[in-house]
Design a binder for this molecule. Structure first.
Ligand code: SF4
Ligand code: MG
Length: 324
């Protein structure tokens, strides 16, 4: 496995007490595969990713347990300097907000070229040529001219392509994309997602795609991990989860996606709000919102039950949910 997160625990100290942001998360991704990590904000999906990248704010964030194995090496045991090398060359991250990640006073060409002068020791001239190549590769029309422009001169979708180009520059083995298309409108979303998926295949990278939107991952992900209150509540190959979710929370997420074939049908929204991470409900954390909840759910925390050969569900009543 390219990346394997094992039983990760992360806490934050807040004014209201200890916030348990990540509570025993395990997931993995192979080279050439895409894992979608799905959840509402506050589910722990971004904090897990930041821990993998080694960019968690410390303090107040504190890793209290677990391992992050990258090609078998535990990244949590590396010195910050070694960590930086891995982060630059072997894994890269793409964020939602390209405008705040790019430097407004440098041309995009200079920013792309800098990847090669700083990390690869290239001459400025060669690095500039590579910058144009990269912009071509992420399908920015007129790359030769547009390298001379500044970030604000690009549309949101084009800026996100530049972010992808920056992430791809050193040909990392793993890319983590945190809500890469959330700020874009729907057609542009699809184009950027296609581009990411194509590049991921072409370069045989592992891709972790973090999103709150089950609608955008159907065509690009191989596996899905659904997170709730800092835990993984369901994992499955993508086509299986769409056919029949094995967790009521996933079912709720699926039922709240607008579908063209069911126009006029009322959209189901999961009632209530996700819990505060300083006061996660006992038993199954989802029980206050769950239509299937009963007494045992309020006291006994469900383990991640094995469902068939390829899936897992942290629901005592996964059979009911699956066959409903
Ligand atoms: Fe709902 Fe109980 Fe399953 Fe939790 S364990 S998801 S509360 S049925
Ligand atoms: Mg987030």
């Amino acid at each position: 496995m390219l990346l394997e997160v094992r039983d990760l625990h992360v806490e934050f100290r807040t004014r209201d007490g200890i916030a348990k942001a990540v509570n025993g998360v395990s997931y993995g991704v192979d080279a050439g595969r895409t894992l979608a990590v799905l959840g509402e904000s506050g589910s722990g999906k971004s904090v897990t990713a930041q821990t993998v990248m080694g960019i968690l704010d410390v303090p107040p964030g504190r890793i209290t347990g677990g391992e992050v194995l990258f090609e078998g090496r535990d990244l949590l045991k590396l010195k910050e300097e070694e960590r930086r090398t891995v982060r630059g060359a072997e894994m890269a991250m793409i964020f939602q907000d390209a405008l705040s990640s790019l430097n407004p006073v440098l041309t995009v060409g200079d920013q792309l070229a800098e990847m090669f002068t700083v990390h690869r020791g290239m001459s400025r001239r060669d690095a500039r040529a590579r910058a144009v190549e990269l912009m071509d590769r992420v399908r920015i029309p007129g790359a030769r001219e547009r390298v001379k422009q500044y970030p604000h001169q690009f549309s949101g979708g084009m800026r996100q392509r530049i972010m992808i180009a920056m992430a791809m520059a050193l040909e990392p083995k793993l890319i983590i994309a945190d809500e890469p298309t959330t700020a874009l409108d729907v057609t542009v979303q699809a184009q950027v997602m296609d581009l990411l998926a194509d590049l991921q295949r072409e370069y045989d990278m592992g891709l972790i795609l973090i999103t709150h939107d089950l609608g955008v991952v159907a065509d690009v992900a191989d596996e899905i991990a659904v997170m709730y209150a800092g835990r993984i509540v369901e994992t499955a190959p993508v086509h299986e989860i769409y056919k029949a979710p094995a967790h009521p929370y996933t079912r709720g997420l699926l039922d709240s996606i607008p579908r063209l074939d069911q126009k006029g049908r009322e959209l189901y929204a999961i009632k209530g709000l996700p819990p505060s991470l300083t006061a996660i409900p006992p038993g199954c954390a989802f029980h206050p919102r769950c239509p299937l909840a009963r007494d045992v759910c309020r006291t006994d925390e469900p383990p991640l039950y094995q469902v068939g050969d390829t899936r897992g569900s942290a629901c005592h009543f996964w059979r009911e949910c699956l066959h409903d």
